[in-house]
Design a protein around this ligand. Structure first.
Ligand code: FAD
Ligand code: NAI
Length: 465
């Protein structure tokens, strides 16, 4: 069998790339080693975590129905049913991808792919059978895997990665999370809402590194109010399993007296690493960078002609939508079009309550780059809709170039932040100024009015503050 394109991996990068290539007339196949399509995101990442975040948020909200005059008996938790709800959502999504691949006449092979030579992909099925596929081009979209802590074994029962944390059969009384990044705070929120005492141990002296510092500080306060405990600037040195849990030892990152903490479950969430195992890259000579990512040029090409790479396995934020946009771009490039991704405008969202969302540069990045900027901030306490909904934690912050007023970054902590951020993304994609955003009529009463007011605040003329 000979193809124009074989995509290895059907995560958001791979399956989207295959569909776009097929739309453009390329004879396309995908190879996926998992039994279902959708990659990390649909099977063990974005989708199951959002299902549990939604369900646990409902569970918590139901405890406050009486405040709105809604009389219901106290909600009870059927965790098994909640996990089934999550799995139904996952199945619906992975089946959706299978349908889309068929609809676009993409051949899908289930098995592990190895690049035996440029233009040749060997597929080994679970039963050990082999076949070799010929192709003009290969796109590697094999994603990423959990980063492990040296000397700390993940058994997915007591010491879990995100995968195990999506499957716990009982609510742990004490959950200790190692790493105050996106996974730690999202999955920590799920189990906190369902009743766990959650302690987060983080190496740095702040949470959510990479996010705007003021946003992270404010968000940490909100999470602390929700019952999260934080041990910042702390280095975990040991996790010892006990009869029914584990003892964690940590010490100040800069060195000092060690402390211990007991946990029923420990979640290791210290980042992810690119996944290239078994692909045969050394044999075909594909270069990796010093962090194990596949090195690519501006057109997603590796150093070997006809082999491309996208998504978590290359440089850049490990986000599903970044992988998808790269998938579209590389497919368009292969079809002779001008595929392109604007890395300056990639939104990122933490799906907690409230949500945290960001696009463009943080204050720290602008300061480091020596760019003069004006900042406009508006709190949700002054937004009518947030007030009436009693969801007033957080604010919108807009950073605009001091000379041109071009919007350089927007950062939101607050209700619906993950939806609100897209107004800013569109504005930035079109090179808008804060004045453009401020002069755009926003419907009342909406949370989006806080974005308009933050834009007005850049020139100190917010109305409701
Ligand atoms: P992946 O989705 O990892 O897919 C790679 C696929 O390649 C896998 O299916 C794998 O089985 C397959 N594969 C690997 N090697 C081979 C081989 N040799 N042969 C055949 N197949 C192979 N991102 C967001 O944007 N929003 C979120 O809300 C979000 N939530 C997340 C929550 C969790 C718990 C986790 C772990 C991640 C989350 N992410 C989220 C990150 C997101 O999942 C990744 O950025 C995204 O999946 C990357 O897509 P990808 O296509 O590059 O790789
Ligand atoms: P992360 O990079 O977001 O956070 C890891 C945290 O662990 C950092 O704060 C880091 O300082 C800390 N850390 C590292 N080593 C440590 C150690 N030894 N001890 C204590 N702390 C340590 O990684 P995370 O949360 O594992 O997520 C992985 C990736 O998945 C992220 O890059 C993110 O892009 C993606 N993701 C995205 C989501 C979203 O978009 N909503 C949700 C979940 C994951």
């Amino acid at each position: 069998m000979s193809y124009d394109l074989i995509v290895i991996g059907t995560g958001p990068g791979g399956y989207v790339c295959a569909i776009r290539a097929a739309q453009l007339g390329l004879k396309t196949a995908v190879v996926e080693k998992r039994k279902t399509h959708g990659g990390t995101c649909l099977n063990i990442g974005c989708i199951p975590s959002k299902a549990l975040l939604h369900a646990s948020h409902m569970f918590q909200d139901a405890q406050h129905f009486a405040d709105m005059g809604i009389g219901v008996s106290a909600p009870t938790l059927d965790l098994k049913k909640m996990l089934e709800f999550k799995q139904e959502g996952v199945d619906g999504n992975t089946k959706g991808v299978e349908f889309l691949l068929k609809k676009n006449k993409i051949d899908a092979f289930i098995g592990t792919a190895r690049i035996s030579a440029p233009g040749q992909v060997e597929v080994t099925a679970e039963d050990g059978s082999n076949q070799v596929l010929e192709t003009k081009n290969i796109v590697i979209a094999t994603g990423s895997d959990v980063t492990r802590l040296p000397g700390i074994e993940i058994d997915e029962k007591v010491v879990v990665s995100s995968t195990g944390a999506l499957e716990l059969e009982t609510v742990p009384k004490r959950l200790v999370v190692i790493g105050a990044g996106v996974i730690g705070l999202e999955l920590g929120s799920v189990w906190r809402r369902l009743g766990s005492e959650v302690t987060v141990v983080e190496y740095l002296d702040r949470i959510l590194p990479g996010m705007d510092g003021e946003v992270a500080k404010n968000f940490q306060r909100i999470l602390s109010k929700q019952g999260f405990a934080f041990k910042l600037g702390a280095k975990v040195t040991k996790v010892e399993k006990t009869g029914n849990g584990a003892t964690l030892t940590f010490e100040p990152a800069a060195g000092g007296t060690p402390e211990t903490i007991e946990a029923d479950v420990v979640l290791v969430a210290i980042g992810r690493v690119p996944y290239t195992q078994g692909l045969g890259l050394d044999k075909v000579g594909v270069q990796l960078d010093n962090r194990g990512r596949i090195q690519t040029d501006a057109h997603f090409s590796t150093n070997v002609t006809g082999i491309y790479a996208i998504g978590d396995v290359i440089v850049g934020p490990m986000l599903a939508h970044k992988a998808e946009d790269e998938g579209v771009a590389v497919a368009e490039i292969l079809a002779g079009k001008a595929g392109h991704v604007n890395y300056d405008v990639i939104p990122s969202v933490v799906y907690t309550f409230p949500e945290v969302a960001s696009v463009g540069k943080t204050e720290e990045e602008l300061k480091a780059a020596g760019i003069a900027y004006n900042s406009g901030k508006f709190p949700f306490t002054a937004n009518g809709r947030a007030k009436v909904n009693k969801t007033t934690d957080g604010f919108v912050k807009i950073l605009a170039d001091a000379t041109t007023d071009k919007v350089l970054g927007v950062h939101i902590v607050g209700p619906e932040a993950g939806n609100l951020i897209h107004e800013a993304a569109i504005a930035m994609e079109f090179g808008a100024s804060s004045e453009d955003m401020a002069r755009t009529c926003h419907a009342h009463p909406t949370l989006a009015e806080a974005v308009k007011e933050a834009a007005l605040a850049v020139e100190k003329r917010a109305i409701h503050m």
